[in-house]
Ligand binder design. Structure first.
Ligand code: BEZ
Length: 392
C-alpha cells in the first residue's frame, strides 16, 4: 500500500510542479513579447480602413518606444475580408492557434459582433477600433471588451439632430442592409423625427453591393428635402460620385461622416457641400491634432482620417490599461479600472469611456470644402450610447 501511495505522491508533485509552472507562466509572459492580433479587413471595400487603423496603431506604438506595458509587441495579422461568416473561425484562430494576448479589430459590425461573442466567452482582451455594432457595448458588453471608436447609434443620432436643426423636414435614407446601416438609420430617425422630421422611405441594398442607380432614380421621384446616407470606403466613393452624376446635387446630401472620411481625393468635386456628423474632422486645428497629423503624414506620406485616429487611440487605450497591469493582459479587472477612470488624449479631442466601455464624445458637424471635412459646429456634445442590454 505504502509503495503504491508513492505513485500518487509523485503524481501530486508532478501536478504541483505543473501548477507552479502555470502560475509562473503569466509572469514569464509579461517579460516576453506581447502578441497583438490585428483582425482587420485588408482586402475588399473596407481595405483602406483596415490599413489606416493599423497605421494609427503603429504610430502611437512608435511614439511610446515600441512597448506596451513594458513589453515589446509582436503582431499577428489576419484579413477578415469583412465577412461575418468567417469571423468566428478567424478570431478563434488568433486566440487558440496563435495565442495572441489581445485582439484589435475590426471594421465591419457583423464581424465585430461575432468577435465580441468569442471574446466574451474566452475572456481575451478585445479592443474594437471601428465597428459600431450596438451589441459590442450593449448586450455583449464585458469587462474585457472595449471600443476606441463610436457606436452606430451615436453617429446616426448626431446626424439626425444636425439635419433637423438645419431645416429639412422630409428625408429619405439609403444604406447597406446590415447592422451598421440599420443602426445608423435607427439613430438618425430617432433624432430627426423627435424634432418633427418625417422619413419618406428607407432604401437599402446588400453589403457591399454598389449598384445604386435604381435607388437614385427612386430618390429623384420621391423629391425629399434631404437624403441621409451611410456608406464607407470604396462604396462611399462610388455612392457620392453616382449621386452627383444622377443630377441629385440639388437635394442636400447628409450622412454619418464615413461617407466622406478618407475618400475625398477619390470623390473630388462630387463631394463638395456634403454634410456629415462624426467624432473627428479635418482642420480641428488643436495642438494635439496638429501634432498627430504632422507625425502621421511624416510616417506614412498620407493624410490621416477617422480610422487612423481610432487605431491610434486603440494603442493609447492598450498602453493605459497595460501600464496598470504591469503588462499582464489577463488582469482584466485592473485593465478596465484604469481605462474607466482615464481621459484619453485623442486627436479628436479628449474622451472618456462609459461604464459599457464605449467612448463618450463630441460629434462634429462637418462640411466638405475642397479636400477636407471642415468642422462647422458641434452636432452633439458629450454624446453617450444608451448601451441597451449591457449588464456588467
Ligand atoms: C461598421 O460596419 O460598423 C462600419 C463600417 C465602416 C464604417 C463605419 C462603421
Amino acid at each position: 500500500m505504502r509503495g503504491s501511495s508513492l505513485v500518487p505522491l509523485a503524481g501530486t508533485f508532478a501536478v504541483l510542479a505543473a501548477a507552479m509552472t502555470l502560475a509562473a507562466g503569466p509572469a514569464a509572459a509579461q517579460s516576453g513579447k506581447l502578441k497583438v492580433g490585428f483582425m482587420l479587413p485588408f482586402t475588399g471595400t473596407y481595405a483602406a480602413l483596415g490599413s489606416a487603423i493599423e497605421n494609427g496603431f503603429r504610430l502611437h506604438l512608435d511614439e511610446v518606444g515600441g512597448k506596451l506595458g513594458g513589453r515589446e509587441v509582436e503582431f499577428v495579422k489576419l484579413d477578415d475580408e469583412s465577412d461575418p461568416a468567417k469571423a468566428t473561425d478567424n478570431i478563434n484562430r488568433l486566440i487558440k492557434r496563435d495565442n495572441v494576448d489581445v485582439v484589435v479589430g475590426t471594421v465591419h459590425s457583423g464581424v465585430a459582433a461575432a468577435m465580441a461573442r468569442v471574446a466574451k466567452q474566452t475572456g481575451t482582451l478585445l479592443i474594437v477600433p471601428n465597428a459600431g455594432a450596438g451589441v459590442v457595448t450593449g448586450a455583449l458588453c464585458a469587462p474585457n471588451i472595449f471600443r476606441s471608436s463610436f457606436s452606430n447609434w451615436q453617429t446616426g443620432y448626431a446626424t439626425g439632430e444636425a439635419m433637423a436643426k438645419r431645416g429639412p423636414k422630409r428625408a429619405v435614407t439609403i444604406t447597406w442592409k446590415y447592422a451598421a446601416g440599420d443602426e445608423m438609420v435607427g439613430g438618425f430617425k430617432e433624432a430627426f423625427t423627435k424634432s418633427g422630421g418625417q422619413v419618406l422611405k428607407d432604401l437599402n441594398l446588400p453589403f457591399p453591393n454598389v449598384e445604386f442607380q435604381a435607388l437614385l432614380t427612386e430618390i429623384a421621384s420621391l423629391r425629399p428635402d434631404a437624403v441621409f446616407a451611410f456608406f464607407a470606403g470604396g462604396g462611399a466613393v462610388k455612392f457620392v460620385k453616382d449621386y452627383a452624376a444622377a443630377g441629385l446635387k440639388s437635394i442636400p446630401l447628409y450622412g454619418t461622416g464615413f461617407l466622406t472620411d478618407g475618400t475625398l481625393d477619390a470623390q473630388g468635386d462630387a463631394a463638395q457641400g456634403v454634410l456629415t456628423a462624426l467624432h473627428y474632422a479635418d482642420a480641428l486645428d488643436t495642438p494635439r491634432d496638429n501634432a498627430f497629423r504632422l507625425a502621421y503624414a511624416k510616417a506614412y506620406k498620407l493624410q490621416p482620417d477617422v480610422y487612423a485616429v481610432q487605431g491610434y487611440d486603440a494603442a493609447q487605450m492598450l498602453a493605459i490599461g497595460l501600464k496598470a497591469t504591469g503588462g499582464d493582459a489577463k488582469k482584466v479587472a485592473d485593465f478596465g479600472a484604469a481605462l474607466r477612470k482615464a481621459r484619453i488624449d485623442s486627436p479628436r479631442g479628449a474622451f472618456t469611456l462609459s461604464s459599457a466601455h464605449n467612448p463618450v464624445q463630441d460629434l462634429y458637424l462637418r462640411e466638405v470644402v475642397g479636400r477636407i471635412n471642415k468642422p462647422v459646429g458641434i452636432a452633439s456634445k458629450a454624446l453617450a450610447d444608451p448601451a441597451t442590454g449591457c449588464q456588467m
